[in-house]
Each structure stands twice: as structure tokens, then as C-alpha cells.
Write a protein that binds this ligand. Structure first.
Ligand code: ZN
Length: 462
């Protein structure tokens, strides 16, 4: 047979358990027609490249990154990062900064909640130190914010504004009044001003990202969406589609449409259909709904089976099992898939319960691929259910060096030492995947799949 090209004298990792390594391969019409030892090449004719022992492996798939959110962070003003000892220290620091930098339209700071020593900040306190300008403080993980009255008024958020998802995406209230502290889906809209960006400003970091992927051997990524910025997310996809049509998108981007508020379920399903139709070039496709099922452990928005030790609360999920089963049935009819942010124990349990219900009802018609992402912590009772129910377990190994001391006050020592159990799930027969979950391009250090693999295997970061 005449092959388009032939490679010999290489160390080829095939990812095939039966034959993990090979020395030679032949390709015809874009497909491997031979992978094996050099003796087997005698059946093929064509140009032969001698690789002199170089290593070849399949292209890497980064199965959860944020291509569009990273554009947001590329231009975001994350504010002045500071540490303090309690609330008064925070107010003093910010008042001092404002006094030294008077007359700005907006002041932005970044503060980890732990530095408030269990206290919180209110809009009245922020108004007192900043009555005439906008003041926003991003929590360290950007999953919650504190804002003053100026910002709430500009966005017409009042005591009557409903919470998108009570106990998950919500405005903190005291005696029925909003305090200026907002979590998850209620906080995200405060973070970015994206309308001012030009197409050139969006394309430039995209080209850097594509270049990085090509250089590191990442051939495909799943884009896990941009919460609360659907319009901008679509604008980036339009630019990516154009780049693909111009031959400037050499990697595959598997996109999504994101849902954060159950009240918008029907709208999201319709939008997903439209995205599926509109973004369908060779390297850009959309066939997945992304749901933020819960939040993060550090700020107690991850949903738990066993309550948090320090607050006694358990967090909340975006859907209950029945609600999720309904989403799954709709997606199954549409021929689409589901990728779902699940950090806490109850979040993944609710997905597993929902899949169980949907499978029961759909029987042999069930064809949907469901992926739970992050999986920081699971209840023991759920460990064998991923394999049984065919739910893909997607971990973020770069986080797996996690210091159990940070979460011990929230989870208790024992639970905090039993996180990121991808090996246990792997041994149960579940399909386990790894990804970077990056949200900012920056210098791409944390995007490295090789660094992720190393931390995932060693549980150490140096
Ligand atoms: Zn993510």
C-alpha cells in the first residue's frame, strides 16, 4: 500500500493497553493504517521519516478550560489585593487607600474571606468609607463580592430583587435587606466590563492561547463557559468561527452554553440548539450544556451531604435530582450532552441521582454523556456509582496538592484529608479524565498539562 507518510525509529506511546508502545507508523488519508514495529512497514511504500528515537504521543485533550472567561480576566481590574486581621483592618486599609487616591470613579480591592476572621462587610460600612464612588471587593476566588450602595443602585438591585438560586447564587440579606455581599451567580455580573473591548483585543489573546496549545501538544479543549456573560461568550465564539474559516484555528474547541439559573432552563436549551446550529465549523462545535451545580468549599457554596463543621449548613444545588433528570431528558431528545460543575459531596450525588432517574425512564434510549467536573470531595456511598451509571469523572489535578489544613476548619480533619479521590474512582471502573480548569491566560504556567499530570500523580507542588 502507498502511504501518505511513514515514520520509523520513534518511541510512540499509543494509549492502547494491548500495545502501549510502538516504533513505526503509517498514515493514509488522515488515518493511521499501521502502528507497530519496523518490520511491519515492509507492506507500505512512501516517504519515510527517521525520527532518531524521538517520542510521539496522541494529542492532549484538556477537558475543562475557560477559553471565553479567560478573555474576561485578560482585561479585568482585579483591584488592590490585601490581607488584614478582621473587618476593621479591612475598612482601615481601604479608607487609607481611598484617601491616598482621591477622586476615582471606582475603587476595586481583592480580599480572601478568611482575613475577615468570621465577620463580613456591609454596604453601610463601605458607603461610610466610599460614599461618592463605586467600591467593589472581590473575594479571592472571585465567587463572591462585597459592593457599596452606588454599585447596587447603578444595577438596580434592591431588597425586592430575587436570588437566582437561594443559598447558592444569592444576595446576603439581614432582616430582609440586602447587605451588599453577593455570592456565585449573583456576584459574577459585577466582575467584568466587556462591552468596551474591540475585536482585536479579543483575538490577540486567543491567538496566544492557540499558539500555546500547538506548542504543548494540546489538540483539543472543552470550553467550560463564562457564567452570566452569554452575549460576550457568543461574541468570542463568532470570532473563533471566523478564525476557523480563515484557517487560523488549528486546534479543536468543543464549546458549551452555560446555565446558572434554573428559571432560565428553557431559554438555555433553546440557546444551546441555536449555538449547535451556528457554531459548526471543522474545529469549533457546540453540543453541550454546562451547569454550575454548586460553588466552592472555601466560601461554603459547595453543596455537602455532611454539613460544614463551622457553619452547620450544607450549601445548595442548582437543581434537585428530579429537576436534573428533566434537563437530562430534554438533552437526550436533542442529542446533546451535559457537563456539570460539581465540587461538593451533595452536588455530585444529586447528579448521580438525576442520572439514575433519567436512565430508569429512558431505558435503552439513554445516550447522553454526563461529565461531573472538579469533584473535590465525595461521600463514600457514591464512590462506586460513577462507573455503574456511566458518569464521567473529570478532575482538576493541578489542585491536588491541596493543603488539608486550609479546609480542616470547614470539613473536619478526617474529611479534609480525603479529597480529590480520582484513583479510587479509577479503580471502581469509572471513566476518569483530567483538565486544567484555567480561567486566565496570563503566562500559561498553570495551563501546562504536564504540570497538571505531575501534581495529580505526586500530590505535591514545589
Ligand atoms: Zn471551570
Amino acid at each position: 500500500m502507498i502511504a501518505d507518510y511513514i515514520i520509523k525509529n520513534a518511541k510512540i506511546f499509543t494509549a492502547d493497553k494491548k500495545q502501549p508502545m510502538a516504533a513505526a507508523l503509517a498514515v493514509k488519508d488522515g488515518k493511521f493504517v499501521y502502528v507497530g514495529d519496523e518490520a511491519g512497514l515492509s507492506a507500505y511504500e512512501g516517504d519515510v521519516a527517521d525520527l532518531g528515537g524521538k517520542f510521539i504521543m496522541p494529542g492532549i485533550l484538556d477537558t475543562h478550560v475557560h477559553v471565553t472567561t479567560s478573555i474576561g480576566f485578560e482585561y479585568a481590574d482585579l483591584g488592590v489585593r490585601f490581607e488584614c486581621d478582621g473587618k476593621q483592618g479591612a475598612l482601615d486599609f481601604m479608607a487609607d487607600y481611598i484617601a491616598k487616591n482621591p477622586g476615582l470613579m471606582r475603587y476595586r480591592f481583592m480580599l480572601e474571606q478568611k482575613y475577615l476572621n468570621g465577620e463580613t462587610l456591609t454596604k453601610e460600612e463601605l458607603d461610610f468609607i466610599c460614599p461618592d464612588s463605586e467600591l467593589i471587593i472581590l473575594e479571592g476566588e472571585c465567587h463572591s463580592v462585597w459592593v457599596n450602595s452606588k454599585i447596587l443602585a447603578a444595577r438596580e438591585i434592591t431588597d425586592a430583587t430575587p436570588d437566582p438560586v437561594p443559598e447558592l447564587s444569592y444576595y446576603v440579606r439581614k432582616d430582609g435587606h440586602i447587605t451588599g455581599n453577593a455570592f456565585e451567580g449573583a456576584a459574577w455580573p459585577f466582575l467584568f466590563d466587556l462591552d468596551v473591548l474591540t475585536d482585536e483585543q479579543i483575538v490577540e489573546p486567543l491567538l496566544r492561547f492557540i499558539d500555546y496549545c500547538v506548542k504543548t501538544g494540546v489538540s483539543a479543549v472543552f470550553d467550560a463557559g463564562f457564567p452570566e456573560y452569554e452575549k460576550f461568550h457568543e461574541r468570542v465564539y463568532k470570532l473563533l468561527r471566523k478564525m476557523d474559516e480563515q484557517g487560523k484555528l488549528p486546534i479543536y474547541i468543543d464549546g458549551c452554553y452555560m446555565l446558572t439559573n434554573p428559571a432560565k432552563k428553557n431559554e438555555a436549551l433553546e440557546e444551546l440548539k441555536r449555538f449547535n446550529r451556528e457554531f459548526n465549523t471543522e474545529h469549533l462545535k457546540v453540543h453541550t450544556l454546562k451547569i454550575l451545580m454548586d460553588g466552592t468549599q472555601k466560601i461554603h457554596t459547595a453543596a455537602m451531604v455532611t454539613p460544614y463543621e463551622d457553619t452547620g449548613k450544607s450549601g445548595a444545588t442548582c437543581f434537585d435530582a428530579k429537576g436534573l433528570a428533566d434537563v437530562l431528558k430534554s438533552l437526550n431528545d436533542m442529542g446533546m450532552d451535559l457537563h456539570i460543575h460539581t465540587v461538593g459531596e451533595r452536588s455530585s450525588r444529586t447528579v448521580l441521582d438525576g442520572v439514575e432517574l433519567a436512565r430508569k425512564e429512558l431505558g435503552e434510549k439513554y445516550r447522553i454523556k454526563v461529565t461531573c467536573a472538579h469533584l473535590e470531595i465525595q461521600d463514600d456511598a457514591d464512590m462506586d456509582r460513577f462507573a455503574k451509571l456511566g458518569v464521567i469523572a473529570n478532575f482538576t489535578p493541578y489542585w491536588h496538592a491541596g493543603d488539608p489544613r486550609i479546609l480542616s476548619p470547614l470539613l473536619g480533619k478526617k474529611r479534609a484529608s480525603k479529597m480529590f479521590r480520582c484513583k479510587t474512582l479509577w479503580d471502581s471502573g469509572a471513566l476518569v479524565t483530567w483538565s486544567s480548569d484555567n480561567v486566565a491566560y496570563s503566562d500559561f504556567v498553570t495551563w501546562s498539562p504536564y504540570l497538571g499530570m505531575e501534581v495529580g500523580m505526586t500530590r505535591q507542588i514545589t
